[in-house]
Write a protein that binds this ligand. Sequence first.
Ligand code: DGY
Length: 320
Amino acid sequence: MKVFATRVIPPNGLELLERAGISVTQWTEKRALSAEELIAHCRQYDALLLASDNPIDRPFLEQCRHLKVVALLSVGYNHVDVAAANELGVPVTNTPGVLSAATADTAFLLMLSAARKAFYQHKRILRGDWNFSEPTANLGMDLEGKTLGIWGLGNIGYVMAHRCVSAFNMKVIYHNRGHNEAAEKKLGAVKVSFDELLAQSDVLSVHTALTPETADTFDMAAFKRMKPSAIFINTARGAIHNEPDLTAAIEQGIIWGAGLDVTNPEPMHPDNPLLNMPTVAVLPHIGSATVETRNAMSVMAAKNILAAFNGQPLPNQVTS
Ligand code: DGY
């Protein structure tokens, strides 16, 4: 059995596959594979370990129906046509749970960085703009006791809320389809309408999946319903916010600032005005990028591949 991996895979998952006698070919070039190249490679392999954002769309699936599994090295699967995969009988798996803490830590880092203008203060030093102290200049904002609004209180949102309650005694409100009873009991989280979430959050952190329903939700109309002192955090998917509207909302003081681990498009262009705004912190989609987490994700993906090769139920199959 042979696996094709679209990037170099963290060692723990790779070892697991190799110890099971599976040969893994990794794409090591420092450029993205084109759709045609991906299909051409996959034709020669039994499984795909997808560690890039190449779309797994109907044309791909129609030409690669022989794959025993497409194992994603991500929890998000907005780049996969799951309905087509189900119809064509190509199982798809993801890596839920193991990256929740690392991704929540990234949201927390962005929240604190935007609140204290940390990335901007760093740039001030680099450009020689740290000459004397000014008691009224470059001030950030406190987070103690503020209201954290979570949109999509699943695993990652729960850890973010837990961090914020423990560190800053923040009040947690959330908007979800269902109730998160654990968050309500343990963190005192209160479910609110989407309008209330917008109106009451001092920090609004997005932890929902990208779907046709959630795309472009945070546009100018939404920012206008938020507090002028609010911080918008997105570690989920960039297409959930409208980036020109976010830029204008911060420029015009409609909201205070933002922390983004995901942008639209990715990669963000280095000339993007958001990168020079004092109250904005941007990271290059590194939510799950710790040694421990990436290794855990690779082990999960490897176990899904082993199960597929052994004809066993797939531990993390995505079905809708
Ligand atoms: C995920 O796992 O979905 C991360 O955002 C990486 O894409």
